[in-house]
Design a protein. Structure first.
Length: 309
């Protein structure tokens, strides 16, 4: 009993060492504008050692106050970490910033908004110089970055090995969605979704213009509009199924011919309300062309093929 008591006292005075907290991976960030600054703050808040560079040095000062190291040049920033994230104004800026650097052995992640061709060119540039490359498409605005439950995420494409190696670090600012080894796919997903959003905004603008000036409060009409668009959202899955099968006619409740027949009412109402129909006319014209080509019994899915001509 005495030896047990003595052992217990020893354990109390010399507790077993706690498991050390794993060190957070360091990274470098080129570009600290609105989006880059938000990314930087999220990594710093999570405890990642961060080196930043920006063409306008004053924009790095708030980040330095939060613990970031400030590099005088892009080369100095790149030398500080294996993982280098680029978030600049456009791909012309990316080319100018990286042109004279040696990225050999580095993992480059480009979060600059651009086209699939921009990302593929970036991947080729990195591969020629011995670096791995990952492109990203940020589906968020800066205030959403690093904030839980905002729905923010980033598409990634390119080196799968790079993505797996840095998955946890990349997931700090926003959720991650890897969409394939083709480095252009992240930008393609990004722009495709933004294009759909743009079309929706066009419809919203036209709808509100129709009721403007009437005794209908926009704030009372808005819930009806949101409810209607939500009900229409499953059309995306139906279109995808039809594109996969190549059958645009089976089970179609509202054919293109029916929609074209109803289009004059949309246009006449716009004229009566003093609203320019310019946001609707291109889409209505495509429907008319498809019907004229003999596809009046289809859904609107065939317009996808018409656009591809």
């Amino acid at each position: 009993m005495e030896s047990d008591t003595s052992a217990a006292e020893t354990n109390r005075s010399h507790p077993a060492p706690a498991h050390p907290t794993p060190a957070k991976a360091p990274l470098a960030l080129l570009g600290t504008g609105a989006m880059g600054g938000a990314l930087a703050r999220s990594w710093l808040a999570a405890g990642h050692p961060l080196t930043v560079w920006n063409r306008t040095p004053s924009r790095t000062e708030p980040l330095a106050a939060l613990g970031a190291e400030v590099a005088a040049t892009p080369a100095e920033a790149m030398a500080s970490a294996e993982l280098v994230v680029v978030c600049l104004l456009d791909h012309t800026s990316v080319g100018a910033t990286l042109a004279d650097l040696d990225p050999a052995g580095r993992d480059l992640v480009d979060l600059t908004t651009g086209t699939p061709a921009d990302s593929r060119a970036g991947a080729a540039w990195a591969a020629e110089r011995g670096a791995r490359f990952l492109a990203g498409g940020v589906m968020a605005i800066p205030p959403m970055i690093g904030v839980p439950n905002t729905g923010a995420y980033v598409f990634y494409s390119g080196s799968g090995e790079l993505f797996e190696a840095h998955r946890d670090t990349l997931a700090v600012p926003a959720a991650t969605r890897y969409v394939g080894t083709d480095p252009g796919f992240a930008a393609l997903h990004d722009v495709a979704l933004l294009s759909a959003m743009t079309g929706m905004f066009a419809g919203l603008s036209h709808a509100f213009a129709l009721i403007r000036g009437e005794d209908i409060a926009p704030s009372e009409f808005a819930p009806l509009l949101a409810e209607w668009l939500t009900a229409m959202a499953p059309t995306a899955r139906r279109m995808a199924a039809q594109l996969d099968s190549g059958d645009y006619t089976t089970g179609v409740a509202s054919t293109l011919a029916m929609q074209v027949a109803g289009a004059p009412t949309l246009l006449r109402t716009a004229r009566e309300q003093g609203v320019d129909a310019e946001l609707l006319l291109p889409y209505l014209a495509l429907m008319e062309r498809r019907v004229a080509d003999g596809h009046g019994d289809e859904s609107g899915t065939g317009l996808v093929d018409l656009l591809r001509r």
